[in-house]
Design a protein around this ligand. Structure first.
Ligand SMILES: [Zn+2]
Length: 285
């Protein structure tokens, strides 16, 4: 498939990651993160809701096993991304039509999220690459496999940098308006389809705020629990750490979003604060 490629992400110095095939974290549309079976061995999902997403805190704080409010963090000891690089793949011919929000709007907002205080504990250097894939369209009802197959094709054709070309590389496929996941109520997800690929996808309701909210949710979770063996939570009544249905720092703060430098993001769980936060936001919760 052909593409309109923007600059690939610059490479960075990071710790090596050899990761097994793994699982995911998704966002769903309900107010709670309920368990979900998926094709991967695990994932983090986001359920549709008011349309909110979140981000992580200092990793060392998460390791502190805060239990206030009954929420405790579980450090699986696996890979975390402290200097993530993001590669956005805008999938579908619709992206060539200058839709609302446009790929440029989203890319600028993502760059703001990556560079701003929201990610303050996660990285010193963050880069965003992007590419429009306008010669194919996602199926009206797409699966996680559709997303990973697209990415594997792009990587094999060397039209996007491979996971071994850039350290701590997270691919995020941005869907066009009008397609939806085959997982009921799931509007965003991150997972690893193997081959050292770390990826996420987010749905698009035609508003920039929703896309950035979902993106921020998946971003912070992918940083703290890229393979399912990093940081998860035990949040009574909400979700529990699991190798299959990941209970992550975005999941228990779903629905809470803030404005950080003009970009709408979701809050994420801070163990040290025993609260959902969005560093850099005007709002205190
Ligand atoms: Zn999540």
């Amino acid at each position: 498939m052909s593409t309109d490629e923007d600059k690939p992400i610059a490479s960075q110095v990071t710790k090596p990651s050899s990761q097994p095939t793994s699982s995911g974290g998704a966002v769903k549309i309900t107010s709670q993160n309920t368990p979900q079976s998926q094709s991967q061995s695990g994932s983090g999902i986001v359920r549709a809701q008011g349309g909110v997403v979140m981000v992580p805190l200092p990793l060392r704080n998460l390791a502190s096993q805060a239990t206030k409010g009954g929420v405790s963090s579980v450090d699986g000891g696996g890979l975390v991304l402290t200097q993530v690089n993001v590669y956005l793949v805008y999938w579908g011919s619709a992206w060539a039509q200058d839709p609302t929000p446009s790929a440029d709007d989203i890319t600028k907002s993502v760059a703001s999220i990556m560079a701003g205080p929201y990610m303050s504990a996660l990285a010193q250097y963050r880069n965003v690459g992007k590419m429009l894939v306008t010669t194919s369209d996602p199926p009206k009802t797409f699966s996680s496999d559709d997303v990973s197959n697209l990415l594997k094709d792009l990587i094999n054709m060397e039209t996007v940098p491979g996971p071994n070309d850039v350290d701590q590389l997270l691919y995020c496929v941005i869907m066009p308006v009008g397609v939806s996941s085959d997982q009921s109520n799931v509007i965003g997800e991150h997972f690893s389809p193997g081959e050292d690929i770390l990826c996420a996808w987010v749905m698009n309701d035609g508003t920039l705020d929703s896309v950035t909210t979902l993106f921020s949710h998946e971003l912070v979770e992918a940083c703290t629990n890229p393979n399912g063996d990093g940081y998860q939570l035990d949040a009574p009544g909400q979700c529990s750490a699991s190798p299959i249905n990941w209970c992550e720092i975005g999941d228990i703060c779903e629905g809470i979003r803030d404005d950080v430098n003009g970009v709408i993001v979701q809050e994420y769980w801070s163990a040290s604060d025993s609260a959902c936060i969005a560093p850099g936001s005007n709002v205190t919760n």
